[in-house]
Design a protein around this ligand. Structure first.
Ligand code: AMP
Length: 203
């Protein structure tokens, strides 16, 4: 099973990604986690990206793509399945990740769209500002949300076209149903809004 996760900040993508990976016994490739780990270890990659993470900005595409490529090669050696969580995050990454997947014979089976909860996000933002954990926290969350709407959510319409690099798109309104929705991957236009068979990859 090869799964792409797409979700706004605060939708529970990391938790669901880990559950799905455990359910299918496949690697959970979470780019945010991997990057934070590089930063915590003060690894060269971490030092190069920490400012982007601190501002809630996207790190340069090539950095994250090189990192993910390595993880996908390891996933191939481990059996070929994966949950990709946090990438692609914009259209250039969508195209590049598709090419990596195609080269490795590992294009995705399903794209899982977790819908965000606007009320939950509003409360998260309010709490971050109120608790003064750090004003940055609220800013970083807000920036992440803005970026999601600007550059990430347009990926969804590309997944719904024949040019998508995954076969199916699932739209999951309630996070608890995410793993269950993958038991029988099949086209479900009523749930997804629209979906289509894979074609030649995103343009
Ligand atoms: P996340 O845990 O997925 O919210 O990611 C945390 C941070 O890591 C983001 O705010 C970005 O700075 C960085 N990041 C994670 N994935 C990507 C990606 N695919 N492209 C660029 N930056 C990323």
């Amino acid at each position: 099973m090869r799964v792409l996760m797409i979700a706004p900040p605060g939708a529970g993508k990391g938790t669901q990604g880990a559950l799905i990976a455990a359910h299918f016994d496949i690697p959970h490739i979470a780019t945010g986690e991997l990057l934070r780990d590089h930063v915590a270890r003060r690894a060269p990659l971490g030092l190069a990206v920490q400012e982007y993470l601190g501002r809630g900005e996207l790190v340069p595409d090539q950095v994250v793509l090189d990192m993910v490529r390595e993880e996908m090669v390891a996933a191939k050696a481990a059996g070929g399945g994966f949950v990709l969580d946090g990438i692609p995050r914009n259209m250039p990454q969508t195209r590049a990740a598709y090419l990596i997947g195609r080269e490795l014979g590992m294009t995705a089976d399903v794209a899982l769209h977790l819908q965000g909860d606007a009320e939950l996000m509003r409360r998260l933002l309010a709490r971050a500002a109120l608790e003064h954990r750090s004003d940055d926290t609220a800013e970083v969350i807000a920036r992440g949300l803005a970026l999601y709407h600007e550059v990430t959510s347009p990926i969804l319409s590309s997944y719904a076209t024949a040019e998508s690099w995954c076969r199916w798109m699932r739209c999951v309104p309630h996070i608890r149903s995410a793993a269950g929705s993958l038991r029988r991957p099949r086209c479900d236009a009523s749930a997804a809004g629209s979906c289509a068979r894979a074609g030649t990859g995103p343009r």
